[in-house]
Design a protein around this ligand. Structure first.
Ligand code: CTP
Length: 463
């Protein structure tokens, strides 16, 4: 895809946040240089929203820290001082020259260099090796980054292999940035991705996760994952997904499992990261469960195998427990089969299993799954009816969990003379089953009488 014409007017003073101009002016008054660097220059030229405004200077970190009242000095060893303005941190980093990288993660040593050019040419990609002086209105571009922005090319600075040897995370950054910007990977950069793919194994899983999250939210995420597969990055970052490649499906699908997954990811709402993750993981169980059946294939129970694989992949990538739980829940339930003959109590049981708080996500996942099969391009009409019936059931505010029952454990203990223990939970669950069958039973007298009856039956069984 071609790039956009980089628009320098977006770097005009009027387009920059006031703190950036203040900080630049203060660094200059102190006798230093001040440049906006990295993603801020790249994204401003492209007219994209800027995440972080990073500045670079020749002043030493201690000098920078002394200039501003509120600073955080956590990165000072690497030359970075965080200057706080209105609660927002602005990174000011002293021009650096990185030493040898023996671990493909971070330099063994760094030196502060007096020159901006040296700082820029140690960076990863030409489009990130741009600097802009907002006071002098001057763009510094030693590696042709502006031209690559116009061409829509992601090109490593200098020898791509060296850049990827220095920091293996750049392998994923390349694919992610290309996906976010809709750029092509330049040929030598692509070749180096293949050669250096093993370096990804030396990267902390947290860093891989952070890149991966950005990647799957990108509009071109599916093509980025294809590039990851072709270059050998995917089998290192997410072997469970790489294993889906070439796994043929049945006549309901136009694609193999891998390409179906990518199409489902593409169809999932971009603003819902966990639904996108669930779309990516929903069929991970298919390779393991595939069985040939009379010229077709069956994948019985793949949602449960998928749930297990999604959980272990997300744990390995250090996703927070709450996110793992949500995605695994969606993968577990993604195969629900509604039939119009379902009774209202079946609807209530479905709601109890899934939880009303997960409904939107589960339906978004189903829609993405359907769109991703490559044949059917619209949601089955019975699903629209299912949604309507669910909404009706929610409006009725009938009990769906034991918390919705109009008695609680204390009522049971008092009425039946029970002591606290698992028996209380079991009794409440049994009562909920009755109420799911007939919501009019959710009434104190009925529930206590029923609890007594169940107790008696239990006692007789035990006798
Ligand atoms: N950089 C690099 N190698 C890395 C990470 C970063 O050379 N492994 C350089 C790039 O010049 C990059 C800058 O440091 O532009 C700032 O990095 P970061 O804030 O992580 O990324 P951005 O490029 O600003 O973009 P994004 O916020 O989209 O990650």
């Amino acid at each position: 895809m071609a790039g956009a014409v980089p628009d320098r007017s977006r770097l005009a003073r009027s387009c920059l946040p006031a703190p950036v101009l203040d900080l630049s002016a203060a660094l200059k008054e102190a006798g230093g240089q001040a440049y906006l660097v990295g993603g801020a220059v790249r994204d401003s030229l492209l007219g994209r929203p800027v995440n972080d405004w990073d500045l670079a200077t020749d002043l030493l970190p201690e000098t920078v820290a002394a200039l501003f009242p509120r600073t955080v000095q956590i990165g000072i060893r690497f030359g970075t001082v965080l200057v706080m303005r209105d609660g927002t941190p602005y990174e000011v980093t002293t021009f650096r020259l990185d030493g040898v990288y023996s671990d493909a993660r971070r330099p063994d040593s760094i030196a502060f260099t007096g020159t901006l050019e040296e700082d820029l040419i140690r960076r990863d990609f030409t489009i990130n090796a741009l600097a802009y002086d907002p006071v002098e209105n001057r763009l510094v571009d030693p590696t042709g980054g502006e031209a690559d922005l116009a061409l829509g090319l992601l090109r490593a600075v200098g020898r791509a292999e060296e850049r990827f040897q220095e920091d293996g995370l750049r392998l994923l950054r390349a694919v992610r940035l290309a996906a976010q910007l809709g750029f092509e990977l330049e040929a030598d950069t692509y070749r180096a991705l293949v050669l250096c793919a093993p370096n990804l194994e030396r990267i902390a899983q947290e860093r891989v996760r952070a890149e991966f999250d950005k990647l799957i939210e990108a509009p071109q995420a599916a093509s980025a994952l294809s590039v990851m597969l072709e270059t050998g990055l995917l089998r290192r970052a997410l072997p469970e997904l790489a294993a889906c490649y070439g796994v043929a499906q049945n006549p309901h699908h136009a694609f193999d499992v891998f390409h179906h997954t990518l199409a489902a990811l593409d169809a999932a709402p971009p603003e819902r990261r966990l639904v996108r993750l669930a779309a990516l993981f929903h069929d991970l169980g298919k390779p393991e469960t595939r069985e040939e059946r009379a010229e077709t294939a069956a994948f019985y129970g793949h949602q449960f195998v998928g749930e297990r694989l999604a959980t272990s992949a997300m744990r390995r990538l250090r996703y927070p427990n709450e996110e793992v739980a949500r995605v695994r829940h969606l993968v577990h339930h993604h195969m629900f089969h509604y039939r119009p003959e379902w009774t209202d109590s079946a609807i209530r049981r479905f709601l109890r299993e899934v939880g009303t708080e997960h409904l939107e996500d589960l339906f978004a996942l189903r829609a993405a799954d359907t769109m991703g099969n490559g044949l059917r391009k619209r949601i089955a009409p019975e699903l629209t009816e299912f949604r309507r019936r669910i909404e009706l059931e929610i409006e009725r505010q009938n009990a769906l969990t034991v918390r919705d029952l109009c008695i609680d454990g204390y009522d049971l203990m008092e009425a039946l003379g029970l002591v606290p223990g698992p028996i209380i939970g079991r009794a409440l669950s049994a009562l909920l089953e009755d109420v799911l069958d007939d919501p009019s039973r959710n009434e104190r007298e009925w529930l206590l009488a029923r609890a007594r009856e169940l107790r008696r039956a239990e006692a007789n069984d035990g006798a």
